[in-house]
Ligand binder design. Structure first.
Ligand code: ATP
Length: 753
């Protein structure tokens, strides 16, 4: 990698295009004061992306564009191009990771254009790139942004005047450690961002938690509801299957019982129809009353006959009295017939007794017996009549005879009447018997009737009970139908399908299970109203929460990684810085000795409080004991320069002479540039303060340095010029524009003078 040339156009005093070609290790730029040499140096700063106007001696971008002169117009654009040889492909893009991507061009030209409005454009090989990309590409070839490789006029001892912290930065840049700072900063930014994101994600999770909790409870409710629903469905299927079968049985039972009882009832009613009414006609009544009146007539007749008999008997009595009187008259007439008369008397007495008996006789039988006896007595009386002697005075008995005859007739008549009475009596008895049996038959029929009516009543009562059962059945059926309808509505057609294929459950406690069903319905109602979208929302929320949890884990992991990375980067930075300083110190000591012909100089790493107060010795010791990584916010590293001039006791930098300061600075700058040699070094009159002897030493060092970096040296010093292979003279034209021309050493010496 080699610097090939720089092309300046419209930049500061270079109105027209001027080109410096770097073909030798050391190129000198010479020219009178104010010709534009420093503008050349600044063109390097400019093209490499310098943002500080001050370091290019301007206030605004416009100050860097040729502002015109005598006969030369003001320009509106300044452009500087710097070209490097890249055949060894050292330029590379930093690809944020493991490997860098090399730039494959053999030649790399960076161009910066500046416009009147102060805006800049950066190009690489004619293609616009961003400043950051250019800076990265340059840092890949050790051309850092701190421009320690471009030392401006009067800035040589800048490194001595700088603060410890600035010095450290300069060193870090020279050591190529800026990239670590960049990466640390980048990682810290990422860390801050990750920490912020973590907080945000954690806060999101916290915000999500109550909602998630709420949804979880809702989902549990939904699941509980689902379980209840399933239980209810199962129970309802069993209930309905069983109850429907029960109802079918009950319906059959009721129908059978009804038809049985109804049949029985109609049979009973038919039987009842056949039974005589209770108030049936007494068929014997007429007959019996005819017999009774016949009997009455007969009895009347009999009483007539009996009255007549009694009258006749009276007559017989009277005649007997007369006879007795006649007899008493004749007693002494006919003792012979006394006996018969007594007998007769006895017979008469008997007759009287009998007549009395007849009168008193109650029954026909006894009457008959008395009549027979009377007939016997009459027969005896006839016989006595024949035996009565004739001599006895005749008893007048004509009346008796007639009366007896009449009596006989009457008795016959009586006999006939008694016969008639008996016959009528018998007929009456038969009629009564008939009536009685008819009555008995009626009674039996009535009893039977009442029995049947009772049975019919029983049937009716049973039918009523059946009707009550039927209405209870109907209610049950209606309840089952409603349940079925509701279930179909609640569970859909599949429920009915399942129901059809479900067998009734044996020993299913309908009442208990119905209560369970109702209880489940109430509980289902309590769980109702939460839609399935809650489940979806819950799932998506769980997913979101899980996603956030993963985010948290990932971010925490990345925070840990970043923290580790930052620690590692800082450690590497620290190690490399320490070892870099060590190497610089070695070179610094050597250069110092060369420059001063002895003595010693070195750099030390300091730890300072950030507020830039110098620490007391005790504080330094204390701070040295602390872990800077732990207290990095409070402490920062710095670089101190220590010198020990030969033959002198001077150790303080501010006690050095101007020349000495120049020498120390140059020694240090050279030492720094030796560690990571940049491709080129631009030195603007860094040798101005040197005396002849020191100019020679300076010249020696220039040659030494040129082995590692190309040198572009602006100088008035003859000694320095003598070390250059190529010399450029800068002159200021009458138009106010600077011109460059390649010159020989002698010309250069002349120009310089
Ligand atoms: P010395 O040897 O005294 O250090 P020098 O050669 O380094 O001088 P410079 O400082 O580079 O000279 O150049 C200064 C010159 O550049 C001045 O004459 C100044 O007028 C001129 N100059 C600066 N800016 C512009 C500009 N924008 N347009 C035109 N000329 C400019």
């Amino acid at each position: 990698m080699r610097l090939k040339h720089i092309e300046i156009s419209g930049f500061k005093s270079f109105a027209k295009k001027a080109t410096l070609t770097f073909t030798a290790p050391v190129t000198c730029v010479v020219g009178p004061n104010g010709s534009g040499k420093s503008n050349v140096v600044e063109s390097f700063r400019f093209v490499l992306g310098e943002q500080s106007m001050k370091s290019m001696r301007g206030k605004s971008g416009a100050d860097l564009i040729f502002r015109g002169g005598n006969n030369a117009p003001k320009l509106s654009r300044a452009a500087v191009s710097i070209t490097f040889d890249n055949t060894d492909k050292v330029f590379s893009f930093n690809t944020e990771g493991t490997s860098n991507a090399p730039v494959l061009f053999d030649e790399v030209t960076f161009t910066r254009e500046l416009f009147a409005d102060g805006t800049s454009r950066y190009l690489m090989n004619g293609t616009e790139i961003r400043l950051k990309q250019m800076v990265e590409l340059l840092s890949s070839v050790n051309i850092g942004t701190s421009s320690h490789h471009i030392i401006s006029q009067g800035e040589a001892d800048g490194i001595l005047r700088a603060s410890a912290r600035d010095r450290r930065e300069m060193l870090e840049d020279a050591l190529g450690l800026k990239v670590y700072h960049f990466r640390i900063k980048e990682s810290e930014n990422k860390l801050a961002k990750s920490t912020e994101t973590l907080k945000e994600v954690q806060s999101l999770r916290r915000e999500l938690a109550p909602h998630l909790n709420f949804l979880k409870k809702q989902v549990e409710k939904v699941e509980k509801g689902r379980a209840i629903r399933e239980e209810l469905e199962g129970l309802l299927v069993q209930y309905l299957a069983t109850e429907r079968a029960n109802l079918r049985d009950e319906d059959n039972r009721l129908a059978q019982a009804h038809s049985l009882i109804a049949n029985k009832k109609s049979q009973l009613e038919a039987v009842l129809e056949t039974l005589p009414e209770e108030t049936s006609h007494d068929s014997t009544a007429g007959e019996r009353s005819a017999f009774a009146s016949q009997l009455q007539v007969i009895r009347e007749k009999r009483r007539g006959v009996e009255a007549r008999i009694s009258r006749l008997e009276g007559m017989v009595e009277a005649q007997r009295q007369m006879l007795i009187a006649q007899t008493k008259q004749q007693q002494h007439v006919a003792k012979a017939i006394t006996f018969e008369a007594d007998e007769y008397h006895t017979l008469l007495n008997d007759l009287e007794v009998l007549l009395r008996n007849i009168r008193e006789a109650q029954s026909l039988e006894t009457t008959k017996t008395f009549v027979q006896k009377i007939e016997h007595i009459l027969t005896q009386l006839k016989n006595r009549e024949e035996k009565i002697p004739v001599q006895a005075a005749p008893v007048i008995d004509t009346g008796i005879h007639d009366t007896a005859l009449e009596l006989e007739d009457l008795e016959r008549e009586l006999k006939a009447l008694i016969g008639q009475e008996e016959s009528v009596q018998r007929q009456l008895q038969a009629a009564e018997q008939q009536r009685e049996s008819a009555m008995l038959a009626t009674q039996e029929a009535t009893r039977k009737r009442y029995e049947i009516i009772g049975e019919i009543k029983q049937c009716e009562a049973e039918l009523q009970i059946l009707a009550v059962s039927k209405s209870a059945f109907m209610e049950r059926k209606a309840a089952v139908d409603t349940e079925l309808k509701e279930s179909g509505f609640l569970f859909g057609p599949s429920f009915l399908h399942t129901l059809e294929s479900t067998q009734p459950v044996p020993q299913f406690d309908i009442h208990t299970q119905k209560r369970n069903i109702d209880r489940l319905k109430i509980r289902l109602d309590e769980h109702a109203g939460i839609g399935n979208e809650v489940v979806t929302e819950y799932e998506s929320t769980v997913e979101r929460d899980a996603f956030l949890a993963r985010e948290v884990t990932d971010i925490e992991a990345s925070i840990r990684n970043l923290e580790t990375l930052i620690i590692d980067l800082k450690r590497v930075l620290d190690e490399q810085f320490t070892s870099g300083v060590k190497v610089i110190n070695e070179r610094f000591g050597d250069f110092f000795k060369t420059m001063f012909g002895g003595g010693n100089a070195f750099l030390s790493i300091t730890l300072e409080k950030k507020r830039r107060r110098r620490m007391t010795e005790e504080e330094e010791i204390e701070a040295a004991g602390e872990d800077p990584e732990q207290d990095e916010d409070q402490f920062e590293r710095g670089i101190e320069v220590h010198v020990n001039l030969p033959e002198k006791k001077v150790k303080e930098l501010n006690m050095l002479s101007g020349g000495e300061r120049s020498l120390v600075s140059i020694a240090l700058l050279f030492a720094i540039s030796q560690v990571n040699p940049p491709p080129f070094l631009v030195l603007d009159e860094t040798d101005a303060a040197l005396d002849e002897a020191n100019s020679r030493r300076y010249g020696d060092m220039i040659e030494l340095l040129a082995e590692y970096s190309q040198l572009i040296v602006v100088t008035h010093n003859r000694e320095t010029m003598s070390r250059a292979s190529v010399l450029y003279g800068v002159t200021l034209g009458t138009d106010g524009g600077s011109k460059l021309l390649s010159i020989k050493f002698d010309e250069a010496v002349k120009v310089a003078k």
